[in-house]
Design a protein around this ligand. Sequence first.
Ligand SMILES: NC(=O)C1=CN([C@@H]2O[C@H](COP(=O)(O)OP(=O)(O)OC[C@H]3O[C@@H](n4cnc5c(N)ncnc54)[C@H](OP(=O)(O)O)[C@@H]3O)[C@@H](O)[C@H]2O)C=CC1
Ligand SMILES: O=C1CO[C@H](CO)[C@@H](O)[C@@H]1O
Length: 384
Amino acid sequence: MADTNRIGIIMHGVTGRMGMNQHLIRSVLAIRDQGGLRLSDGSLVMPDPIIVGRNAAKIEELAKRHGVERVTTDLDAALADPYNVIFFDAASTKLRPTLLKKAIDAGKHVYSEKPVSEGLEEAVEIARYAKEKGVKNGIVHDKLDLPGLVKLKRLRDNGFFGKILSVKGEFGYWVFTGEDQPAQRPSWNYRAEDGGGMVSDMLCHWRYVLDNVVAPVKSVSCTTATHIPARIDEQGREYKATADDAAYATFMLEGDIVAHINSSWCTRVRRDDLVTFQIDGTHGSAVAGLHKCYSQHRANTPKPVWNPDEPQKMNFFEDWQDVPDNTVFDNGFKVQWEQFLRHVLEDGPWAYTLTEGAKGVQLAEAGYKSARERRWVDLEDLGI
Ligand SMILES: NC(=O)C1=CN([C@@H]2O[C@H](COP(=O)(O)OP(=O)(O)OC[C@H]3O[C@@H](n4cnc5c(N)ncnc54)[C@H](OP(=O)(O)O)[C@@H]3O)[C@@H](O)[C@H]2O)C=CC1
Ligand SMILES: O=C1CO[C@H](CO)[C@@H](O)[C@@H]1O
């Protein structure tokens, strides 16, 4: 394939869990392996990643394992090379705003994992900077392409719920502390000084999920907890958990909709999936997990009567209808990579700019403020 049909993509932080599995392997390399991305003029574009990382042995091994030709520990050199058009970052949140600015200064279009930054000021600054400099910019919003949430949004867009009254979200599972079994998440997640924390991790997701699947978020009341005060890290050493490992948050949405989402790494799952969202409306309700979504119209709603004297005879799971797929769902991260590539290459539509990323950080920061001050916090327009 001629060089003009290739697009150089700097991939930073892809030795990590998310960067490697979802962004490198299941997105960029999957696009390569399917033969490239077909644009609307019929031409094919082949993503050509360069893996950038601090550990030469690790990135070389990763590149070899997946047939990636280009690797370097020299980010500046990769940024200086005009062949590379996009800079992508999935490394630590702490470094992100500085790296994004550097890439923007080098004239790259930028795409980033969430959160954009630890604090709102930096997030707004970088979103404004990208806009001023006129580079295409994007933030990952993977949950919106989960089949369960696509179906939930389909129901809302069809007016299925009538007037939406409330939303209940349950997210989380037990993350092993490292004492009895090794933890299944990185230890930095539990250290505030390294950018960890449930609110910082998940409220940026809940912002775009609520804004786009239900209605815009107006204010938040949040309680945080560090339920497990000490954990064991990747080297088997005990460390102090300085970040919140659970967040219990209530949100007021436009239209007086009340949403409550529990997010916890310290809970055990007895529900349909690792995350579930239930929307209740005057005409119907629906519950979505990652893939499935079940709905119950008011005409199909059973009429239970409270009777503590007898064991429950009704099976409440039976009165729900499976919302059909009606399409083949691709990996959400890949779907978003393809959209972002189209946005860069042919100005295709793209709503999830760094400004949307900043809104996520705004909700997280407001969540922390609410928890600290034990009060509701309103979200102002960011004016970016
Ligand atoms: N959208 C989603 O569903 C999810 C998003 N995330 C986000 O993805 C990002 C990464 O999280 P995760 O994959 O879980 O984390 P990991 O700890 O698994 O990976 C961290 C990555 O960052 C790199 N890194 C860390 N510190 C530095 C540094 N000082 N200099 C250069 N590189 C560094 C690591 O490189 P090395 O290998 O050299 O150590 C590694 O590639 C975070 O921003 C997180 O919020 C996380 C989970 C899910
Ligand atoms: O940051 C995150 C924490 O982990 C979640 C899943 O376990 C992710 O979805 C999320 O992006």
